[in-house]
Design a protein around this ligand. Sequence first.
Ligand code: MD6
Ligand code: FE
Length: 217
Amino acid sequence: MSLTDLFGETADVVPQGVSLQRSVFSMEEISRQFTMIAEVLALSPPFRPCMRNGTPFGHDISNCGALGWISDTRGYRYSRRHPETGVAWSPIPAALRDAAMAAAARAGVADFVPDACLINLYGPKGRMGLHQDRDEADLTCPIVSFSLGADAVFALGGLERRDPVSRFTLRAGDVLVLHGPSRLRFHGVDRLRPASGPRHAILPEGGRINLTFRRAG
Ligand code: MD6
Ligand code: FE
């Protein structure tokens, strides 16, 4: 049984620790989220991380919150400062933080208070390889993900890289929470549907923004 089936209209069972919350945000709320993100990016400009071997990522990132996730030739880690400007990240906007906490509560996690929000900014050809998020101090805390902009084909696997993956579309306004026994599931973005979803000046040519709220420290 694939997640596409599990998340279909008649789905009544989803894997423990996966909460896919469809159309949580209205177009008005999505517009306000774009505005809040633009304000964050004005203080913490998007930058292009690279892998340990120097290969650049295919997309830009930024962060808000006390801690921000970065990657460079020293590896992956959380940092209190923007790697290029040296300035502390701006706080997570209260409305976004509250929405992430509410999403965690709907997933059954009552006490999630994020201290980090990674902002992924994808161009129309954006993708993200299969990965686990395991740089956070306490892996019992969930990750809450908001999608904005173009639709993404999301791949969700198991706890081993070789496990089979299921694919489903994440659209603007959808929320995905990975927690509990699914916190370390491998996942990635296969591709975008660039012509889809709400547009914004942050995303010329129809890209996508993904926000992942974490408890990093
Ligand atoms: C993305 N999302 O949607 C990438 N990580 O662009 C993630 O890497 C992710 O959606 C952890 C939990 C949920 C996610
Ligand atoms: Fe991830």
